[in-house]
Design a protein around this ligand. Structure first.
Ligand SMILES: Cc1cc2nc3c(=O)[nH]c(=O)nc-3n(C[C@H](O)[C@H](O)[C@H](O)COP(=O)(O)OP(=O)(O)OC[C@H]3O[C@@H](n4cnc5c(N)ncnc54)[C@H](O)[C@@H]3O)c2cc1C
Length: 302
């Protein structure tokens, strides 16, 4: 395999941007390298002239509470996210989704930024951040800007963030407040690595009477880009949190989403059955958490 000639670890964002500009599209941003090095090694991505690794930039390898958001720097690994007490309590589905990625070795180096920039419709961390209404910040020579997470995807494996010229610097979401909770669950082949057969996540908010007043639901993969199920949310909104409604929401999600046959992962029929079986449980756990129930992470490390 040919190799890149330079590996840069800039200490400031300005230096990172200057490097990307200097290479004029010949460099590639790298996080943990757990997707990118395989892609290069297996010929799915060209060998760049240089790698630019922003994970050591001060302020980008951390998780902060800032202006009412939980802000995650692009250097934060899945392990950091899963172990962060604020995210466990107030962004639980993200802690759960990052906690099942690969094994400990992968989670110790791989980043949420890399998961998002890889742009797979069922990237686990991506799915967790999606139901939290996440946003991503990009930076290049023209400045820094926030955009909704949903705008970061163009198609399967196609990111709207040009990883040769632009950095995904930070991600953020509003922590779930009183009477709100979230949950993530995925179905994986026992020997599976990387992507699940099907994943599901939900965030619910209840009022004092137990009525659902805000909700976001996703099932993935269910299309070329990560997407929410508007039909499931509509079924739930304004009603009580409970079994029959949760089963109806799973049926509504199935009506509105295209679950594909995949020869590597699972048939569409199997995926549908998994949604029927597990989405009501995901909703029930999110509702229990919203009602003040204890938070014990689901599936961590599995
Ligand atoms: C054994 C194994 C198991 C895995 N299991 C799972 C799994 O269960 N679930 C799952 O979702 N994924 C899984 N993955 C895939 C991978 O680990 C994750 O997607 C991970 O989050 C990628 O992060 P990274 O930092 O390693 O990204 P990298 O490989 O460094 O980069 C991935 C892509 O993002 C771009 N990029 C990275 N950082 C930035 C940035 N800051 N700004 C702009 N572009 C950037 C790169 O140029 C590249 O295109 C697995 C991988 C392996 C090897």
């Amino acid at each position: 395999m040919d190799h890149w000639k330079h590996y840069h670890v800039p200490e400031t964002l300005e230096d990172a941007i200057a490097l990307l500009e200097r290479y004029g599209g010949g460099a590639r941003v790298v996080g943990g390298g757990t997707d990118l090095l395989l892609d290069i090694g297996q010929g799915r991505a060209p060998v760049p002239e240089a790698m630019v690794d922003p994970t050591r930039i001060a302020g980008l390898a951390r998780i902060d509470l800032e202006d009412g958001f939980i802000v995650i720097g692009c250097g934060a690994t899945h392990t950091m996210i899963t172990c962060n007490p604020d995210i466990v309590q107030r962004g639980t589905c993200l802690a759960e989704s990052c906690g099942v990625i690969g094994g400990p070795q992968v989670r110790n180096v791989a980043t949420l930024a890399g998961n998002i920039a890889h742009a797979l419709p069922a990237g686990d961390g991506t799915v967790g951040l999606l139901v939290l209404d996440g946003e991503v910040e990009t930076a290049d020579g023209s400045g820094r800007r926030w955009m909704p997470l949903t705008d970061a995807f163009l198609g399967p494996g196609k990111s709207a963030i040009d990883h040769r010229r632009t950095l995904l610097t930070r991600m953020r979401f509003r922590p779930t407040g009183d009477r709100a909770g979230s949950a993530f669950f995925r179905v994986m082949r026992p020997q599976g690595v990387a992507l699940p057969m099907i994943a599901m996540a939900a965030r619910l908010q209840l009022d004092g009477a137990g009525t659902i007043v805000a909700v976001r639901v996703t099932v993935a993969p269910a299309g070329p880009v990560p997407c929410l199920s508007g039909a499931a949310a509509e079924t739930l909104l304004g009603g009580p949190a409970g079994g029959e409604r949760f089963a109806a929401a799973a049926e509504a999600a199935l009506d509105g989403l295209a679950l594909r046959d995949s020869k590597y992962r699972a048939s569409s029929a199997y995926r549908q059955e998994m949604v029927r079986t597990h989405l009501p449980k995901v909703l029930a756990v999110a509702a229990e958490r919203a009602a003040g129930g204890p938070i014990v992470l689901w599936g961590e490390g599995k």
